[in-house]
Design a binder for this molecule. Structure first.
Ligand code: UVW
Length: 320
């Protein structure tokens, strides 16, 4: 693969696999269309013990700032009412004696565990399904996160623990994962990725962020992750993978020689309509899966319904 190409268009070429038009001219949820009722029942069929896992990282953690892509800022939660307002006399005492607490949050819609809108990332002036990039101005008028939130995401999830497969707590900075690596790790786990599975890849990255000290994590920003290849993209298309979920900010290797960034956002999200879910905490789930060697389960998620947004926070729930 020519990953020394200097533009995404050069790298992907004009014949990069596309699902544009497959679900009609007005589609806004892309490969999530694969998740029909049969896939919901297949996911339910993977439940055997009833254990529940939630995958969101905390928003506005006071110990560690929320991990964010360079240029984004961690969420800021501001208390706008609490006992202090009453005791300082800044809020008049209600006659019936009740008090209350209120907060507000200012955050990037992609500043926590999140679903990306399909129109979040593009090249060549067109976003998912061929919509013009002009539809992103001001708000995403096509393929915002809202239709994904309205649909909801339910199906069989499968966890591939790449860190465990390599005998590590966490993959190294810039450590690539190829299609062959992914399939070898699945085989080593004794499991098979099936068509229409929600693919969940653990690198150990988010756990290592919360264990890190001070700003050390940001001094050499370079996440591990899936590396672009045509065969990887074709595999996603053939397997009809609806949703890629990871424990990193970008779901893929962040930087390539020559300056390319995030080509899989273009090849998978823009061209195939694969939903991207990022920054999920997978460590506890991975421990449970490794303990009884069951790596598939029911995966459910509903990002917040934010009109016109490029992404939305989510707390996916897994039931084993
Ligand atoms: C970027 O553009 C980096 O977005 P995200 O990784 O949140 O998809």
């Amino acid at each position: 693969e020519d990953i020394d190409a200097t533009t995404i268009e050069q790298l992907l070429g004009p014949d990069s696999p596309k699902n544009w038009g497959k679900w009609g001219p007005d589609d806004e949820v892309g490969s999530l269309n694969y998740l029909d009722a049969a896939q919901v029942m297949r996911g339910i069929g993977a439940v055997t013990s009833g254990e529940v896992f939630t995958l969101q990282i905390p928003i506005g953690d006071t110990e560690r700032p929320d991990p964010v892509w360079p240029g984004r800022e961690p969420a800021v939660r501001t208390p706008v009412m609490d006992e202090g307002y009453f005791s300082r006399g800044e809020e008049p005492e209600p006659s019936d004696g009740h008090h209350w607490a209120d907060d507000k949050i200012e955050m990037f819609t992609q500043g926590s565990s999140q679903y990306d809108a399909l129109a979040h990332y593009w090249y060549g002036g067109q976003v998912w399904n061929g919509y013009s990039a002009d539809t992103t101005v001001g708000e995403l008028r096509r393929a915002s996160v809202l239709p994904i939130a309205e649909k909801g995401v339910v199906g069989r999830g499968i966890l591939i623990d790449m860190a465990r497969a390599r005998g590590k707590d966490v993959l190294g900075r810039g450590e690539p994962i190829t299609l062959a690596d992914l399939l070898a790790a699945a085989a080593a786990q004794g499991t098979t990725i099936e068509p229409r599975d929600i693919l969940i890849i653990r690198t150990g990255w988010i756990g290592s962020y919360y264990r890190s000290v001070g700003d050390e994590f940001y001094t050499d920003w370079n996440e591990p992750g899936l590396v672009y290849s045509r065969e990887l993209v074709e595999w996603f298309q053939t397997m009809e993978i609806p949703n890629l979920v990871t424990d990193t900010i970008a779901n893929e290797l962040s930087f390539y020689p020559g300056g390319l960034q995030l080509p899989l956002h273009c090849a998978l999200m823009r061209n195939l309509g694969v939903a991207f879910t990022e920054l999920c905490q997978l460590d506890t789930l991975a421990e449970a899966c490794a303990a009884d060697r069951r790596w598939s389960f029911l995966y459910t998620a509903a990002p917040l319904k934010i009109s016109g947004a490029s992404g939305a926070p989510v707390n996916p729930v897994v039931i084993r």
